[in-house]
Design a binder for this molecule. Structure first.
Ligand SMILES: [Ca+2]
Length: 527
């Protein structure tokens, strides 16, 4: 029997900056209607601004994502909570912040006393399947999904970079649900553009190959031939992710279930390059969220009013399937926004990061509003150095090398490696987060307002990082917090299965996991 633990849902008022969050939920009233199917599609490690309709500066990156947006509703201000995979996906499918799932890094927990996507949907009569990222999408593994579609009918495994396989998995899952006489909820997780990127003579082609000289260079990186080459591989992988989305949507179309299926599409976090993945910057969490609900969402509509985030998915799903007594989540349903209504209190999202796949703790907390981003880095003490999946990239190495002779780049990389206790960015004008305004006299009022929102989120969601934040300005309090969470992380690393314990923090390896996804690593963990 599941225990539904109550957590406080979000809200606050901070002067004139943020309007009042409303707890009001729209009453679900779909009793008589047949249950809609759900097709929840993610891509892995993709920036929102790599997508055509999200302002990509490169033509032709995402024709299928663009088409989906033209048929549905595009959220302009959507974020995931976490800048890396395993904890980010656990937020999506539990409706809880990492400190309330227990899954703060790349490790399973033994017991989850809260419901997740399969629990909730199965209890409502759904057939629930998953393809890819299986071990990353639930509190422990194996979890009771009705089917793991990564495995073909003959027992062999689909390749994570095989575009057509995503269509096959989708068709198989829909077929399985029909055989079971149930509506389906399929979570199909495309591996691209997660590393390894597409490469020349790749056995898994992309329908369009981008060249180094044509790709745009994100403002948080630097224009350099080596970095352009890596970006060309990234963008070609984005296109291959888009190909896979096309295969999935074709499979849905061919199944005859399109009209009764709600499609939700997003990326699990930003691109696997410095200042994006494993961070809480704007591009680390800004996600291209598209919802297509035939007969409900207006084709080609855009929501540029409300801020929504991954923690809101589960309550939203519960409402749109007409669940009468939904569990209590940390997040809050935005079903009424999908239906074209407006909601109050959608002015801020709370973002959380704790550790990388190697178990190195670098806790960060952030509050992002439409105008500003406030980041609190309790790990930053001037000597503790960052870890993360992007340290092995050509971009990181090149920027470090350039820093040897370029003082501006040296300062930029010093920030990356060591950070500051507080960062504050004008994301409206500086979405690449290049100018830290934490010490700006002109932004003091806004900074204080965002600190207050941070206090609210930390307290109301019972975040252990509140202890450190309350000690802001008292280094020994922050140090005590860091010592505690680092000790816990070290203990977990010690107790990992032997194979895993050897794994270096991501980005430090020399191609050891080449060709394998996060999920492949996760499977080894569970084995
Ligand atoms: Ca990911």
């Amino acid at each position: 029997m599941l225990k539904f633990v109550r957590h406080t849902a979000v809200p606050i008022i901070v002067g004139s900056l943020l309007s009042c969050f409303s707890f009001a939920q729209d009453a679900a009233n779909e009793d008589a209607a047949p249950k809609p199917n759900l097709l929840l599609i993610t891509v892995d490690d993709m920036n929102a601004d790599s997508v055509g309709v999200y302002g990509s500066k490169l033509e032709g990156t995402t024709p299928n994502m663009d088409r989906l947006a033209s048929e549905g509703l595009k959220f302009e201000y959507a974020h995931v909570q976490v800048g890396n995979c395993y904890p980010s996906r656990n937020v999506m499918w539990s409706g809880r912040y990492p400190h309330n799932t227990g899954v703060e890094g790349f490790y399973p927990i033994k017991v989850a006393d809260y419901p997740t996507l399969p629990d909730v949907l199965q209890s409502e009569g759904y057939f629930v399947g998953i393809r890819g990222k299986v071990s990353h999408s639930s509190p422990y593994h194996p979890y009771h999904w009705d089917i793991d579609l990564t495995q073909r009918v003959d027992g062999s495994q689909e390749h994570i970079k095989d575009v057509e396989s995503y269509g096959r998995s989708t068709a198989q899952g829909i077929g399985n649900a029909k055989e079971a006489g149930k509506p389906f909820c399929l979570n199909v997780n495309i591996s691209d553009p997660h590393k390894p990127f597409w490469k020349e003579n790749d056995p898994h082609p992309s329908s369009k190959v981008f060249t180094a000289d044509e790709v745009p260079v994100p403002g948080f990186l630097v224009d350099d031939p080596v970095i352009r080459k890596e970006l060309a591989q990234y963008y070609t992988s984005v296109r291959r992710a888009d190909d896979a989305l096309g295969a999935i949507l074709d499979a849905l179309e061919n199944s005859g279930e399109r009209e009764n299926t709600i499609v939700i599409f997003l990326s699990d976090h930003g691109m696997p390059l410095p200042f994006a993945k494993t961070q809480l910057y704007h591009h680390s969490t800004h996600t291209p969220l598209i919802v297509r609900w035939p007969g409900v969402t207006k084709p080609g509509s855009i929501d540029d009013t409300h801020m929504v985030s991954a923690v809101d998915f589960m309550p939203t799903i519960c409402e749109i399937i007409g669940m009468e007594e939904a569990p209590v989540f940390d997040g809050r349903s935005f079903a009424s926004i999908i239906k074209g209504e407006s909601q109050k209190g959608r002015d801020a999202v709370f973002k959380v990061y704790n550790e990388n796949s190697g178990g190195a703790r670098h806790p960060m907390r952030a509050v992002e509003t439409k105008d500003y981003l406030y980041i609190f880095n309790p790990w930053s003490n001037g000597t503790r150095k960052v870890s993360g999946a992007t340290l092995g990239t050509a971009a990181y190495k090149k920027m470090k090398e350039l820093g040897k002779t370029d003082p501006k780049m040296a300062a930029r990389m010093k920030l990356f490696d060591f950070r500051e206790l507080e960062e504050f960015y004008d994301v409206k004008n500086d979405p690449d987060c290049l100018v830290n305004l934490a010490d700006s006299e002109d932004h003091k009022e806004q900074l204080i307002a965002h600190r207050e929102v941070m206090t609210y989120f930390l307290d109301s969601t019972e975040d252990h990082a509140a202890e450190a934040f309350n000690g802001l300005g008292i280094q020994k309090v922050v140090d005590r917090y860091m010592e505690k969470v680092e000790t816990e992380a070290a203990e977990r690393r010690k107790n990992r299965p032997k194979k895993n314990r050897k794994a270096k923090p991501a980005g430090k390896g020399k191609g050891k996991n080449k060709g394998k996804s996060d999920d492949a690593a996760g499977k080894k963990k569970a084995a």
